[in-house]
Design a protein around this ligand. Structure first.
Ligand code: NAD
Length: 462
């Protein structure tokens, strides 16, 4: 396999040499690359927007807010903070190690591999690149082949902006990713599903390469009987049907206290009408399923589940359109509830109490996100304190991932490691402890032989 794809070997060689030659070692050089990345996003917005539209039917507003603008924000934050992040941090020195000085130096890891999925094909490729560059690494970017238009634009245009010794783009599918994973990297940052996450981790183990795995899962939204149902419905609808449900932190299903299921369903119906009109297919703000394979998977899930389609359900394969769909009477051990839906189908499941909702969540693998809707702090605290998830937003959906100071990532089945803002910088840095000593004084008490009074004194000191 290693002899296949000679261009990959060449590309790797360039960024490895780039690292050895220090192309992004100086902070000024890192800033230059970050500014160039920003220029790419600003000057090529139209090319990127049409690629995202072609891959996922994204509206230009959604393309900007969730992909281009989101990444620009990460760049601006990094540019504003890079001098502080990279500054060595002095620490205290214990008495017996004085005189001297101790500090933590942030060291780049080397050459890193970033593998992105198709659902936010630009953001999830470039948002990790920002901290990788800020921390002084060179990188190979592997865009997803399932979003081919975006991958092609990045491959064609990004090299006009970034130093080829700092960043290389490798396109292609599973064979190319497999080939890359044979190589020794200094970090692998993978976003995608857990099955491939295991492949990535196994390959990385061969070289003892550390990994960040940003995976998915079934993220629940819990709606308490006291919640403001109109607001909860609007916010669940917003988080679920952005990008046609193909968002890793989208609410996968709803657990609602049974006394309010009926008004919640009505409110969800209103929210869908309000957002996308009577025919969401003709709304500019409603996206499409990424591929025929995923379209067939989703419609297959709908057909296989014996539930009741309470809202939506319409589909059109020629357009890869699947309406915002709400399903009730769902079999909790059936197909809709056994894998991440990752599409516009929302099961709404009644539960007798918040305790039952907590038990339902804890019975399943740890999700990437969890949402709770309630007016009562006691309910919020109980849910947060008794469940485990990558992150939580209370009384809204998705938004915790937009707070740069909050680490974004999963736990257990939903992944390992978190990034955004300084947390991303930490992922791509080695916090190296350095102790400085002078050669004078050099008292003999520190060295053997240790006997009698000397040993007693040293024991006291230590
Ligand atoms: P995908 O199919 O595009 O795969 C991602 C990458 O893995 C691609 O570059 C592909 O070439 C590579 N790949 C696929 N199969 C491989 C194999 N057998 N060996 C080696 N490489 C392989 O994306 P996907 O996995 O379908 O993405 C969707 C998943 O990603 C969902 O589970 C979603 O929840 C998750 N996700 C997580 C986050 C997050 O931030 N935690 C964000 C977005 C998506």
């Amino acid at each position: 396999m290693s002899s296949e794809f000679p261009h990959i070997a060449e590309q790797l060689d360039r960024v490895r040499r780039g690292y050895a030659d220090g192309v992004v070692r100086a902070i000024g050089d890192r800033e230059t690359q970050l500014r160039q990345l920003r220029r790419f996003l600003v000057e090529r917005e139209d090319d990127l927007t049409s690629a995202l539209h072609s891959d996922l039917g994204k509206s230009s507003f959604e393309a900007y807010s969730t992909e281009i603008g989101f990444t620009i924000k990460e760049i601006d934050l990094a540019l504003g903070e890079i001098r502080r992040w990279t500054k060595p941090r002095k620490t205290k020195l214990p008495f017996h190690l004085k005189p001297g000085a101790a500090e933590i130096v942030q060291e780049p890891l080397g050459t890193v591999l970033i593998i992105a999925p198709w659902n936010y094909p630009l953001q999830l490729l470039l948002a990790p690149l920002v901290p990788a560059l800020a921390a002084g690494n060179t990188a190979i970017l592997k865009p997803s082949e399932i979003a081919p238009a975006t991958a092609a634009v990045v491959e064609r245009l990004l090299p006009d902006y970034l130093d080829g010794r700092a960043v290389q783009v490798v396109t292609g599918g599973v064979p190319e990713t497999t080939r890359l994973l044979e190589e020794r990297f200094d970090h692998v940052f993978y976003t995608g599903n857990g099955t491939v996450g295991r492949v990535v981790m196994r390959a990385a183990a061969e070289h003892l390469t550390p990994v960040t795995l940003e995976l998915g899962g079934k993220s629940p939204a819990i709606v308490a009987a006291d919640a403001r149902l109109d607001v909860a419905a609007r916010r669940i609808a917003w988080g679920k049907w952005v990008n046609a449900g193909q968002t890793c932190v989208a609410p996968d299903y709803v657990l609602v206290e049974e006394s309010v299921i009926s008004p919640l369903l009505t409110a969800l119906g209103h929210a869908i009408d309000e957002f996308y009109g009577e025919d969401p297919m003709s709304s500019d703000d409603y996206g499409r399923i990424v591929s025929d394979r995923h379209f067939d998977r989703l419609t297959g899930l709908l057909d296989a589940d014996g539930g009741t389609v309470a809202i939506g359900g319409r589909s059109d394969r020629s357009e890869r359109y699947l309406a915002p769909t709400v399903v009730t009477d769902v079999d909790t051990d059936g197909p809709l509830m056994s894998e991440e839906i990752f599409g516009p189908i929302l099961p709404v499941i009644p539960v007798p109490s918040i305790d039952a909702a907590i038990e339902f969540v804890n019975f399943r693998p740890k999700p990437l996100a969890l949402y709770v809707f309630t007016e009562r702090d006691a309910v919020t605290e109980k849910v947060i304190g008794h469940t485990s998830s990558g992150g939580v937003t209370v009384n809204h959906t998705l938004l915790h991932l937009a707070v740069a100071d909050l680490p974004f990532g999963g736990v257990g089945e939903s992944g390992m490691g978190g990034y955004h803002g300084e947390h991303g910088f930490d992922v791509f840095s080695h916090a190296k402890p350095v102790l400085h000593r002078r050669t004078r004084p050099d008292p003999g008490i520190a060295y053997p032989p240790y006997g009698g009074l000397k040993a007693k004194l040293l024991r006291k000191l230590l």
